[in-house]
Design a protein around this ligand. Structure first.
Ligand SMILES: [Zn+2]
Length: 400
C-alpha cells in the first residue's frame, strides 16, 4: 500500500488529474471507499468540508465522489479515501475532476479566515481557538471579546488586504528555519509543517488549499457575532457567498422600501412609526374589547355551572385572563376562554369557579383527549391545543 501523492500541495488549482486505484472496499451503507495513488481531492480536516466531484474510467464509467476523508491505517500512515457510489477495480486508471465551484468557495472562505484571524491576533492578541467551514456557514471562535466597533474595523482591514491583492505563499520550512518564523498554529503540530504566509497580515501553520492572491477572495462580510465561551464566535462569508448574502438582504430591503413607498434609508423610521401606531391601536382595541366584555358577560346566565367562551386568534392573553377571572367570580364550576381557530390551534386559560374545583383536572382532560400542552395551579391553568375544532372542545368542556 503506497501513500497517496497529494496533488493539492503542488497547486490548489489542479482541478483534474489522472490516477490509479490502489484498492477499493465496500461499506455497510452500500457505498465504497477507494484509495488512489494520487489525488487532488482535499479530505475533510481542520474543520473544513471535503472536496467532492467525479472519477471516470478510460471506458467512460463515471463514479460520484460523495466525500473525501483521511484516516490512520493500522501501520500508522495517513490514508486518503474517496467515498464512491459504486465499486471500482484495483489497478483501474481513472480521471478525477473535483467540483471546482465548491473547492474555490472553500479556498475563498478559508483564506479570508486567515487574514481575519491574523489581524485579530496581531491587533488584539486573541487566538482562533475554533474554526468551522461548512457549505452554509463559516465560524471562527476567538478567546477574547471583540466589540461591534472592533469587528467593523477588522472587517475593513480584511477587505483592504483583499484589494491589495497580496500573494498567499505556502512553504515547508526546515526545522531550523521554523525557529525564526513567528506563526499562528491551531494545534500541536508534528511532522513537516506547512506555513501559509500573507505578507503583512498573517503567518499560520495550515494544510488546506488557499487562493493564490488575496484579490480572489473578492469580499469578506461579517454576518454574525455572539459571545461564546468567554470570547466571541464570528460568522463570515467570502466571495460569491458574501455577494449572495448581500443580494438577499438587498432584495428584502427593496421590498420593504416599496411597501412603505419610501427610500432605503427611510425604512427604519417607517418601521418605527408603524410600531408606534400599532402600539396605540392595540391599546385602543384592548380598551374597546374590555368594554364589550362587560356587555357579553352580562348576557350570560349566572345559573350556569361551567362557562367556556371561544375567541379569535388575536385575543390578548391579559384579556383572556381577565375574562376567566370575572366569570369564575360568578359561576360555580370551571370557566375558560379558548382563543384561536381549528387551523391555527387554540390557546386556553381555565379557572376554577366559586366551588373551587381543581383547574388542573381540565388541563389533564384536554391533554388526554386532544394532546393539549400546558398546566398551572389549582386555581388556573393555561396552555395550547392543536388539531381540534371548537365543537369538539365545547362537547368536552360541557361534560365537565
Ligand atoms: Zn489555511
Amino acid at each position: 500500500m503506497g501513500k497517496t501523492v497529494e496533488l493539492y500541495y503542488e497547486s490548489a488549482y489542479i482541478t483534474e488529474f489522472d490516477a490509479s486505484v490502489l484498492y477499493c472496499s465496500g461499506r455497510e451503507d452500500g457505498k465504497f471507499e477507494a484509495v488512489l495513488d494520487k489525488t487532488a481531492f482535499f479530505p475533510e480536516q481542520g474543520g473544513q468540508t471535503p472536496d467532492v466531484g467525479r472519477l471516470e474510467t478510460a471506458d467512460g464509467v463515471e463514479f460520484e465522489v460523495f466525500y473525501t476523508g483521511i484516516r490512520k491505517t493500522d501501520s500508522g500512515e495517513d490514508e486518503i479515501y474517496h467515498v464512491l457510489d459504486k465499486s471500482i477495480e484495483a489497478g483501474a486508471s481513472v480521471h478525477g475532476r473535483i467540483d471546482w465551484e465548491h473547492r474555490f468557495s472553500n479556498m475563498q472562505q478559508h483564506t479570508g479566515e486567515h487574514i481575519f484571524s491574523g489581524i485579530v491576533n496581531s491587533k488584539y492578541g486573541y487566538d482562533n481557538v475554533g474554526f468551522h467551514l461548512s457549505d452554509t456557514e463559516v465560524t471562527m471562535d476567538y478567546n477574547g471579546v471583540l466589540s461591534a466597533e472592533d469587528i467593523k474595523e477588522i472587517e475593513k482591514c480584511v477587505n483592504e488586504a483583499i484589494w491589495k491583492n497580496i500573494s498567499v505563499v505556502a512553504s515547508f520550512p526546515s526545522e531550523d528555519e521554523l525557529k525564526d518564523i513567528p506563526y499562528r498554529s491551531k494545534k500541536e503540530l508534528t511532522g513537516a509543517i506547512r506555513i501559509v504566509n500573507i505578507e503583512g497580515y498573517d503567518s499560520c501553520a495550515c494544510c488546506a488549499p488557499h487562493v493564490e492572491r488575496t484579490g480572489e477572495i473578492g469580499l469578506l462580510k461579517v454576518v454574525g457575532v455572539r459571545n461564546y465561551k468567554g470570547g466571541v464566535r464570528v460568522n463570515i462569508l467570502c466571495g460569491k457567498r458574501a455577494l449572495e448574502f448581500l443580494s438577499t438582504e438587498h432584495d428584502i430591503l427593496s421590498d420593504l422600501a416599496a411597501d412603505f413607498t419610501t427610500s432605503f434609508d427611510n425604512v427604519p423610521s417607517s418601521v418605527a412609526r408603524l410600531k408606534d401606531e400599532n402600539a396605540v391601536l392595540k391599546a385602543d382595541l384592548y380598551a374597546d374589547r374590555e368594554k364589550l366584555l362587560e356587555y357579553e358577560l352580562a348576557e350570560i346566565d349566572k345559573g350556569l355551572k361551567n362557562v367556556f367562551l371561544f375567541k379569535g386568534t388575536d385575543t390578548d392573553t391579559n384579556l383572556m385572563r381577565k375574562t376567566v377571572n370575572l366569570l369564575a367570580a360568578d359561576h360555580e364550576g370551571f370557566c375558560g376562554v379558548f382563543a384561536g381557530n381549528p387551523e391555527a390551534g387554540y390557546r386556553y386559560i381555565v379557572a376554577s369557579g366559586k366551588a373551587e374545583g381543581d383547574a388542573r383536572a381540565v388541563s389533564a382532560l384536554l391533554r388526554e383527549k386532544f394532546g393539549a400542552k400546558g398546566g398551572g395551579s389549582e386555581k388556573m391553568v393555561q396552555g395550547s391545543i392543536s388539531g381540534v375544532n371548537c365543537e369538539e372542545l365545547a362537547d368536552c368542556c360541557n361534560n365537565l
